[in-house]
Ligand binder design. Structure first.
Ligand code: SF4
Length: 337
């Protein structure tokens, strides 16, 4: 989905988070200029639309350190030329999701169904495991949503629905409401889980309309945010997360272990502590999925295990995320440490 510029009249009705997305940085050179970085000293490229384009909201860029080419937030979003290196073990669809998806419905695990609700995200993370996902062919139109809802109704073993994407909070609150209400009408569905990076990237998304919708839902809601580094959490993010928490939702975090970004004991510890201050418990620390174009983010398995072993010695168990890997065909994620 593309966000476009709005006319003055339209802007007055557009929620602030959509305006912020319309104004996001969409080129590497613009981001480097914003950060006072010399583009000649950094090996980057400008991706075309077909190559997973750049998308970085200005408020997220403002959390990056100026004049620091090693900033951990910058490294998550800048297209480095290393993306173009060919590494045989890195493939477009390592989790074999392309063939498992039908009309936006992905049944990876028993008792749970994952819905690909949208292709849109608040940011484009260069390490994304769905960066090559064929969204056009796999997003349901509203007619197909009805089919998907019927399918869930018939499969009474499905107890939990995971809203994924893209990022499900990219949907307008009205569309989200329609979808959530249809899910609450299915007796066998007991929990709805929302996987989202919005509360971290664009906390403006946690507006009153969304909070009211969550409160009035007749189902337990689990919100799994995605935060990789403590510098992602500023005061606005903290306030947004605390508001989400006040709806009675369970808040968890998943991170991806990324080389040169968060592969340090001190960084991971601080991340867990900051999340806890915001009412969020660390849940998963994912080993990188071997997706084409992301090889430069890979952290060695043994080093990852050592990190977790060390963290366990100085944090209470509830602040230590599980180190996991997703393996296609397995009924759940594999816990490494
Ligand atoms: S927000 Fe999530 S789905 Fe979107 S690009 Fe980042 S990791 Fe991928």
């Amino acid at each position: 989905m593309q966000y476009t510029h709005h006319t003055k009249a339209a802007i007055s009705k557009t929620p602030p988070w959509k305006i912020a997305l319309g104004d996001a940085i969409r080129s590497a050179s613009e981001l480097l200029e914003f950060l006072d970085l010399d583009p000649k000293k950094i090996k980057y490229f400008e991706p075309k639309n077909s190559q997973f384009p750049m998308l970085v909201p200005r408020s997220f860029a403002a959390r990056m350190n100026k004049n620091d080419p090693h900033d951990p937030l910058l490294k998550q979003v800048l297209p480095y030329t290393e993306e173009k290196n060919k590494t045989p073990d890195f493939v477009p669809d390592p989790l074999q999701e392309f063939t498992l998806t039908q009309h936006g419905f992905l049944k990876k695990y028993p008792n749970r169904a994952l819905l690909i609700t949208t292709a849109a995200c608040p940011v484009h993370c260069r390490y994304c495991f769905r960066r090559h996902f064929p969204y056009k062919a796999n997003i349901a139109s509203s007619g197909q949503w009805d089919k998907t809802i019927q399918h869930i109704k018939k499969n009474k073993d499905i107890k939990e629905i995971i809203l994924s994407g893209g990022d499900p909070l990219s949907l307008s609150t009205q569309r989200l409401e329609k979808l959530l209400v249809s899910l609450t009408h299915i007796k066998s569905v007991e929990v709805v889980r929302v996987h989202t990076r919005f509360p971290i990237i664009l906390p403006e998304r946690i507006d009153q309309e969304l909070l009211d919708l969550i409160v009035k839902m007749n189902l337990p809601i689990v919100i799994v945010v995605h935060c990789n580094h403590p510098n992602e959490i500023n005061n606005e993010v903290m306030k947004g997360l605390q508001k989400l928490r006040s709806t009675g939702s369970t808040l968890l975090n998943q991170s991806v272990l990324l080389k040169g970004i968060n592969d340090e004991v001190a960084v991971l510890k601080k991340l867990s502590e900051r999340l806890f201050e915001c009412g969020v418990l660390p849940y998963y620390l994912h080993l990188l999925d071997p997706v084409t174009g992301t090889q430069h983010y890979k952290v060695d398995d043994n080093f990852a295990k050592e990190l977790i072993t060390t963290i366990k010695k100085s944090l209470p168990g509830y602040l230590v995320p599980k180190l996991v890997r997703e393996v296609p065909g397995e009924l759940s994620k594999i816990t490494i440490a």
